[in-house]
Design a protein around this ligand. Structure first.
Ligand SMILES: [Zn+2]
Length: 66
């Protein structure tokens, strides 16, 4: 029995919730976590995180709004 399963990590920087605050997000029916420091990247420059989401078997990467 391990407690590691209860430690969530940021999808972008892989830091865990013991280091940074994490925000729960869901995308293409995949629930994951992103830290508050990476959240602006997801909002303003989502292409930088496309590879992360592709790893989650997402076939429609997020596109910038403008
Ligand atoms: Zn992060």
């Amino acid at each position: 029995m391990t407690e590691q399963n209860n430690i969530n990590t940021c999808i972008s920087c892989n830091r865990d919730e013991t280091v940074v605050p994490l925000v729960a997000i869901t995308f293409s029916q995949n629930s994951t976590w992103i830290c508050t420091q990476c959240l602006p990247t997801l909002i303003h420059d989502p292409q930088r995180l496309t590879d992360k989401f592709k790893d989650m078997t997402t076939e429609n990467p997020p596109e910038p709004l403008n």
